[in-house]
Design a binder for this molecule. Structure first.
Ligand SMILES: NC(=O)c1ccc[n+]([C@@H]2O[C@H](COP(=O)([O-])OP(=O)(O)OC[C@H]3O[C@@H](n4cnc5c(N)ncnc54)[C@H](OP(=O)(O)O)[C@@H]3O)[C@@H](O)[C@H]2O)c1
Length: 139
C-alpha cells in the first residue's frame, strides 16, 4: 500500500459459484475466496493494488493428471494462467474456461457484481465519513 502498487490473485473455483454436492466444504471455501477477492478489489483499487479471483473449471494438474491436454471439458493450468493475466487489473473475478462461462455466466454476472461492489463502497464510505462507522476496519 505504501508503494501504491501491487497485485493479488486468489484461486477460487467454478465449484464455488453454486453449492456443489459431494464437494460441499470445498465449494464453500471457494465461495469465500471470490467474495474476499471482490471485497478487496473494491477496497484496494484506490491504493493501486489489483485483486482478482480466478474461478477455473476442470483443470489438468495434480488432479486430473492422467487426462491428456486437449480433452474436451478440460483446460491446462497454463491456459488458466494465460486467461487470468489477460484480464488481470480489469475485473475482480473471472470464470476461466469457455464451458464454465457458458454454463455459469448467468449465475456469476461479473459486471453486475462490479457495479454492486462500487455502489456499496460509495454508500459505506459516505456513512463512514459522516458517522465514523458502518464497516469493518480500514485496510
Ligand atoms: N484442478 C482443477 O480442476 C481445479 C478446478 C478449479 C479450481 N482449482 C483450484 O486451483 C488451484 C490449484 O489447483 P491444481 O489442481 O492446479 O492443484 P495442484 O496441481 O495440486 O497444484 C497445487 C500447487 O500448490 C502448491 N502448494 C500446495 N500447498 C502449498 C503450500 N502450503 N505452500 C505453497 N504452495 C503449495 C503445490 O506445490 P508442490 O507442487 O510443490 O506440491 C502445487 O504447485 C487450487 O486452489 C484449486 O482449488 C483447481
Amino acid at each position: 500500500m505504501e508503494r501504491q502498487k501491487g497485485g493479488m490473485i486468489l484461486m477460487s473455483s467454478s465449484g464455488g459459484v453454486v453449492g456443489t454436492p459431494f464437494i460441499q466444504v470445498y465449494s464453500a471455501t471457494k465461495a469465500y475466496g471470490f467474495t474476499l477477492a471482490e471485497a478487496l478489489w473494491g477496497e484496494l483499487s484506490e491504493y493501486g493494488i489489483d485483486v482478482m479471483a480466478v474461478l477455473p473449471g476442470n483443470t489438468i494438474g495434480q488432479s486430473f493428471s492422467d487426462v491428456p491436454a486437449g480433452t474436451p471439458g478440460f483446460q491446462t493450468g497454463a491456459e488458466v494462467v494465460q486467461e487470468a493475466f489477460e484480464v488481470f487489473g480489469t475485473v475482480p473475478a473471472m470464470l476461466a474456461w469457455d464451458t464454465s462461462r457458458e454454463t455459469l455466466s448467468s449465475m456469476f454476472p461479473v459486471e453486475a457484481r462490479m457495479g454492486y461492489i462500487l455502489k456499496m463502497k460509495e454508500l459505506i464510505s459516505a456513512v463512514r465519513d459522516e458517522h465514523g462507522s458502518g464497516s469493518d476496519a480500514k485496510p
